[in-house]
Design a protein. Sequence first.
Length: 123
Amino acid sequence: MENDLKKEIVTDKSLESIKVIETLLKKLQTNLVVLAKLNSFDKNNDEHEKLSVEVLEISYFLENTLDHKHGGEIARNLQALYQHIRFAVLRAKENEDISFLKSAESVIKEINKGWSKLITVAA
């Protein structure tokens, strides 16, 4: 019965979407880990710039996938977390202040933990 219900709720298409989001979240975490390990932020460093732009793009994309109509408080909280991640990266880029990158890294680790649990249930 539970498997039948799971198959009805978690379609192949939704599982594919879940995996895409998982891939993006892991890429976001990887980039934040690298950026957070930097002792300083060099705006002229191509790698720093590339990683920062990817983080900004991924976090905007993820925020735009949120369903505020049905997602309620979870969607609002995730939106705030994605905004915090962007704030931390922009602060590093514009002010060469990497102090917020550690908190952004912690945020994405927590999101990934929750997402991993969701994938386990969905699969």
